[in-house]
Design a protein around this ligand. Structure first.
Ligand code: NAD
Ligand code: MLT
Length: 530
């Protein structure tokens, strides 16, 4: 039975869903530090985390059976995703489960900054009544600048419009039309800095966003600007914030996220009265925690049971409703890749996967990855899957191309795989699904076939003359190898044919040697299509 380790605190609802599954063994061990996680992870199939667990390369290398890491929340900055991908481990998150909660936190911080609620609370608790000191600012008609108009940025923009704020935003990926349909004016970054009374960040931390609010940006801002960061520590340059507060250019800062978390008690920004802080509470509501826990558990359980990939950060996701239809094509593509790789024995330099008809509509990207995994698996002793295959291909300089075609040839729905060697040699296999959903090889090179891609398979290049099938069948019979089906393909105008034999058992070297000795057989391959 698959074993699932939960190494961070998870909402009761999520845990209950996991524990109610009779097909899983679940261990709840929140708060494991790296060395304990390294020791524990060895024989677990799945790991469920929040932001506390650090899933480092060491942890991933220690995991012998791990297939999936599920993060309840969006950020996977606590997971070494590259190391996971190399080992074929899927990393999933729940990108929207806590968006509303986080947006509400940003609005809370904006209002708290404008009305100095935390400072007034502290003052009253100290026995004071300081009405003048805590005079605030109205937000109506003020301009909010949103950095990053993604899921959370849009909710913040919507709520801010409800407060009658004017909303402007900077997001290089969005079109002005899309932004204006959200009631937001898209502006260049310097204009946002110059016009906003309040700025709130909702971008990921990337090379481009790191320090996007720095000394130069603060220089451009209005005097008294209020700055909020509920995204990731580092989007605002903390040292520059200190200088802006010191000079009086910045009117107040609210931070939920920090360069170093937990933030040290002697953090230089803590001394400012107009700085308000929360310890990464953006997603911390009961509702959001329950939602992300349920989402991640469902995703992980489905992946373990059916291979359905939803919200993966290192593999193409498939919507739940498409997964049952796409699954057989993924299987077909992987088998086609394994067939071609084993039969032709080539070291591919370029691979092209063409999806015709239904597979093109359902998910050419996922199908391409599956074909690639099948083709490359013979080079590795660890399993190669849709997660690790593109990484392995890229590391080896293999060029991968995906082609979608509406219709061609005699099959309405088809997957075609073409692989080219360094020498320029091109090998081709095409396949389709039979009405029972089984994967069929419909073309191999110049030969048309209808062979099931399954199990222990004997592949022969033989002369198209009477007696060949009988001779091979006699050898197999003598060795007690049962043949489930044989399929023949012939090349018109030649005396060559190929035959694909589905056998009930693997063939011994002795049997293969005997078949190779037949004068009518030019080439023999014995392959395994799991
Ligand atoms: P998202 O991917 O939906 O949106 C991010 C947006 O940022 C995208 O629209 C993208 O185009 C934009 N962007 C990327 N580079 C940019 C740049 N250089 N300048 C301006 N915009 C840029 O993500 P989301 O779900 O909205 O989350 C936003 C951030 O909030 C993430 O960093 C996430 O980790 C963080 N987050 C924090 C908490 C918390 O507890 N504080 C909770 C959830 C999410
Ligand atoms: C996230 O990445 O989802 C947020 O930062 C909240 C969390 O830490 O879980």
């Amino acid at each position: 039975m698959p074993r699932v380790l939960v190494s961070d605190t998870l909402s009761e609802a999520g845990l209950a869903l996991l524990r109610a599954n009779p097909d899983l063994v679940v261990e709840y061990a929140p708060g494991l530090k790296e060395p304990d996680l390294v020791a524990k992870i060895v024989d677990f199939d799945a790991l469920v985390i929040r932001s506390g667990s650090k899933v480092t390369k060491k942890v991933i290398e220690a995991a012998q059976k791990l297939r999936v890491i599920g993060r309840a929340g969006i950020g996977v900055d606590n997971v070494d995703v590259d190391a996971a991908s190399k080992r074929g481990i899927l990393v999933m998150n729940t990108p929207t489960g806590n968006s509303v909660t986080t947006a509400e936190h940003a609005i809370t911080l904006i209002m708290s900054l404008a009305r100095k609620v935390p400072q007034a609370t502290a003052s009253m608790k100290a026995g004071k009544w300081e009405k003048t000191k805590f005079q605030g600012r109205e937000l109506t008609d003020k301009t909010l600048g949103v950095l990053g108009l993604g899921t959370i940025g849009r909710i913040v923009a919507d709520r801010a419009r409800g407060l009658h704020m004017k909303v402007i935003a900077y997001d290089p990926v969005l079109t002005p039309d899309r932004a204006s349909s959200l009631g937001v004016q898209l502006v260049p970054l310097p204009e946002l800095f110059a016009r906003a009374d309040v700025i709130t960040a909702h971008t990921p931390l990337t090379a481009e966003t790191r320090g996007i609010v720095n000394d130069a940006a603060i220089e451009k801002m209005k005097k008294g600007v209020l700055l909020v960061n509920c995204a990731r520590g580092g989007v605002y340059d903390e040292a520059a914030l200190g200088r802006g507060l010191e000079s009086g250019k910045i009117g107040g800062v609210a931070l939920d996220v920090f360069l170093q978390e937990p933030a040290p008690a002697d953090h230089p920004l803590f001394k400012f009265d107009n700085v308000i802080l929360t310890p990464h509470l953006g997603a911390s509501t009961e509702e959001a925690q329950e939602r992300v826990a349920l989402e991640v558990v469902e995703q992980v359980v489905n992946y373990l049971a059916t291979g359905t990939i939803v919200n993966a950060v290192n593999a193409p996701s498939v919507p739940q409703e498409i997964a049952p239809k796409l699954g057989p094509y993924l299987d077909l593509a992987r088998r086609l890749g394994a067939f071609l790789g084993q039969v032709e024995g080539i070291a591919p330099r370029a691979i092209e996967v063409e999806c015709v008809g239904e597979p093109a509509e359902l998910g050419a990207k996922a199908i391409t990855r599956a074909a690639l995994a099948g083709l490359l698996e013979r080079f590795f002793d660890e399993p190669v899957n849709a997660v690790s295959a593109p990484v392995l291909a890229e590391e080896r300089g293999i060029v991968v191309r995906e082609v979608r075609t509406e219709r061609r040839g005699k099959f309405a729905n088809l997957v075609a795989l073409r692989a080219t060697e360094e020498s320029g040699k091109l090998v081709v296999a095409e396949g389709a699904l039979a009405s029972d959903g089984s994967a069929r090889l419909t073309r191999w090179g110049d030969y048309e076939l209808d062979a099931e891609l399954f199990g222990h398979t004997l592949v022969l290049f033989n002369e198209d003359t009477p007696g060949v099938i009988g001779a091979v069948g006699t050898i197999l019979g003598r060795e007690n190898v049962n043949v489930a089906q044989v399929n023949l393909g012939r090349q018109k105008g030649t005396r060559q044919s190929v035959s694909v034999w589905n056998c009930d058992a693997a063939l011994s070297e002795g049997v293969l040697d005997e078949i190779k000795k037949l004068a009518t057989v030019a080439r023999v391959a014995s392959i395994s299509l799991k």
